[in-house]
Design a protein around this ligand. Sequence first.
Ligand code: GLY
Length: 590
Amino acid sequence: MQSGEIRNRFLTFFKKREHAIIPSASLVPENDPSVLFTTAGMQPLVPYLLGEPHPAGKRLANVQKCVRTQDIDEVGDATHDTFFEMLGNWSLGDYFKEETIKWSYEFLTSKEEGLGLDPSRLYITVFGGNDSVKEADEESKKNWMSQGISERRIYTMEGETNWWSPGDNGPSGPDTEMFYDVTEKGLGDLTKEEFMRADEEQKVVEIWNDVFMEYEKKGGKVTGKLKNKNVDTGAGLERLAMVMQGKDNIFETDLFKPLMNAIEMRAMSNGARAKRILADHVRTAVFMIGDGVLPSNTDRGYILRRLIRRAVRYVDVLGMKEGALAALSDVVVETYAGVYKNLSSEKVHIGQTIADESAKFRQTLERGMREFEKISASGISGKEAFALFSTYGFPFELTLELAAEQNITVNKKEFEEELQKHQALSRAGAEKKFKGGLSGHGEMETKYHTATHLLHQALRLVLGEHVIQKGSNITPERLRFDFSHPEKLTDEEKKKVEDIVNEEIARALPVSYEELPIEEARARGAIGAFGDKYGEMVKVYTIGNEKTGVFSAEFCGGPHVKNTSELGHFKITKEEAVAQGIRRIKAVLG
Ligand code: GLY
């Protein structure tokens, strides 16, 4: 079964069971400064899992684009990738364990409606209790048994193994995980130890995870129960495609095949792992750029930069020609064009961004390699690794990889210390955010959200209606806003934009929102960059009202302040180019 059919069957299955199908949110999380990328289907749904009503109802399902880089060292094995698609269904205080498990089983095994997988190859794990929640999840076990799964194939896991949360903060709960035997002969009954070994050896592969989210975590600790008992499930499309297509790794599925073929055609030397890493990184870079990320030295942009630079190195390792990366990026766009329309419309921009970044890296790569050769004889100190990083643009893992190839040591600890001293090049900041999980919407972030809407509209008034949001990032200290505009802003234009924003703040305009069908929102002239996150119904935030006159109306998930008078004084601190035709403004509220 092809991956397109798996996506369709999943959505149709849950639609029939009264789930609203919501579109994939962007890989760039909105309103969430604590994570760099959307790492699970539940992430854009956190406010709803915490109790806010979702405009589409209590049962939701979708296919969500995700990026996870925590397991980047695993990429190249059978099942890990940094970009993946997650099939998910959610209950927001509606059904719970019984239906969830029944439907998971039905979808996996039904020939008519689901995937028709062999039930005798399924293994299940359930939660066995941990420090926060003592009781084992007997109920899930019973539910699996009533689907016909033998007790011998259900393993109870103590501790954190079957506990899922997106980080130290947010909704969380026990989970039950489904594994599939991918060996040729079939493994039959396994003891718990045998099962765990088979998992490690990738003979059984986790294909789906049902999380029963009824707890809330704060600062890494379970602090209590959520308002609702929710369900959050996630199944990796690449892994499902792998088992459906009888492959023992994801790189041979139809999702990767065209790309792997293109790499195979161009590669002059062998190296199965190098080819997989290259494929993974190009694919992830394409999706990131498609969602508005650009290479840079901080946060998301730096992760993208690392992926592209590492890909350039593997292009060389495999003896491919210099222009290969951009050509490979076209193959990815073509593979996914029917599913993610933004990729086809951004194809040229994606290819160009990858080509530009590769060229930039190549300028220093040669010099950097010479430097590396010079210093590497007696091991590499942290300071030297940092110089390679800051002067020659070598991501740290590149230095580590080169060193490992030549059996020389690198002083990691000293490198980390150097990095801490130079927070401006904040790979350290980026790494921390990866691990930090979700945080709430702070007061300052909320203010910056509203200021962003004022800025967006002010730019359109001063520069023209071609100004469209290309990206935004908010921290408690500042806002950053990327938009389309062909040239540098003059001082006069910047001043005008600031004055307009400050005037609207001084007018103390009320901020309110409405949920509207997307067509009506468009008809009313609401603007917004990232399209219809909520499917049919969208939230439109309006600044001003009939009495004061409407200054801005924009699609957005919120949150916002109630009145612009709460914002303080608005000031642009920086205006710069980030790419051809895209400008960036940083601004603060004082
Ligand atoms: N949110 C469920 C998972 O990522 O497995």
